[in-house]
Design a protein around this ligand. Structure first.
Ligand SMILES: C[S@@+](CC[C@H](N)C(=O)[O-])C[C@H]1O[C@@H](n2cnc3c(N)ncnc32)[C@H](O)[C@@H]1O
Length: 243
């Protein structure tokens, strides 16, 4: 699986128009985001404006480098985290750390909250077989997260199946993002874990909701309504409080 991913990771960030310019992606997602976050579109526009310097920095830092499976809709997560002001965010799946970077920029701007990122150490795995693109040699997963954001961040190297049980039962999880292995059992297991931690309600985001039936099956199993889909394949839903 990771060998396949690393082959795709030859594609440079800058080649993707949705990385070069975040505005079209934001415009097509704005109405759905407003419904999801119970915000007005002008409120969201103000949050989107905050992303401009971050985007300029990321173009300089990452533009010519392989995108390594980055969650290209990550700027939408920045807006969600700014609006929701979560205290605990968990994401599964990390490569460059593009999604982590945008979530952490938002937490830092909020001035509170923390992110736990869970992922396989794919760079080490690929390096052992010479599978790392030369431009990424020597980098670790999460290389897009700068030191100044580390205070808000914990990186867990391992499969979500192994790490998530260790995080259960602590503080309530406010936001959960699935972006690890887009296969039915993994997706459903992660959604179910998140649901079990949303005692006071929470926000579930998932990439690749069309990969299989895990997303609709999860929603109907728990009678959760009002899900939104942004920019083709980023699903999101507010899960109400439940016993
Ligand atoms: C699409 S990438 C994640 C990209 C990330 N959101 C970013 O923007 O950097 C998916 C990653 O999930 C990792 N992965 C695959 N199976 C996993 C599992 N069971 N648990 C955690 N991570 C997994 C892969 O190694 C891969 O690097």
């Amino acid at each position: 699986m990771w060998v396949r991913e690393f082959r795709q990771q030859e594609i440079r960030f800058d080649v993707n128009p949705r990385f070069r310019d975040w505005e079209p992606m934001y415009r097509v997602s704005r109405a759905a985001l407003a419904r999801l976050l119970a915000a007005s579109e002008p409120e969201l526009d103000a949050l989107f404006e905050e992303t401009r310097p971050i985007q300029a920095a990321l173009r300089a830092e990452a533009g010519p480098l392989p995108s390594a499976g980055a969650l290209i809709q990550a700027p939408l997560l920045y807006i969600a985290v700014r609006r929701l002001r979560p205290q605990w965010v968990i994401e599964t799946g990390i490569s460059s750390g593009y999604s982590a970077r945008l979530i952490l920029e938002a937490l830092a701007r909020n001035g509170s909250g923390r992110l736990d990122s869970i992922g396989i150490d794919v760079f080490a795995l690929a390096a052992s077989t010479g599978g790392v693109a030369p431009e990424l040699a020597g980098r670790r997963v999460g290389w897009l997260v700068p030191e100044r954001l580390h205070a808000f961040w914990t990186l867990h190297l391992g499969r979500s199946e192994e790490v998530l049980p260790k995080l259960a039962g602590g503080d309530p999880v406010d936001v959960f993002l699935h972006d690890s292995l887009h296969q039915y059992p993994t997706m459903l297991a992660e959604y179910e874990w998140a649901f079990s931690q949303f005692a006071t309600g929470g926000w579930l985001f998932s990439h690749d909701v069309h990969a299989n039936r895990a997303w609709p099956d999860f929603l109907s199993r728990h009678s959760v309504a009002g899900d939104e889909e942004m920019d083709h394949d980023l699903g999101a839903v507010r899960v109400p409080a439940h016993p």
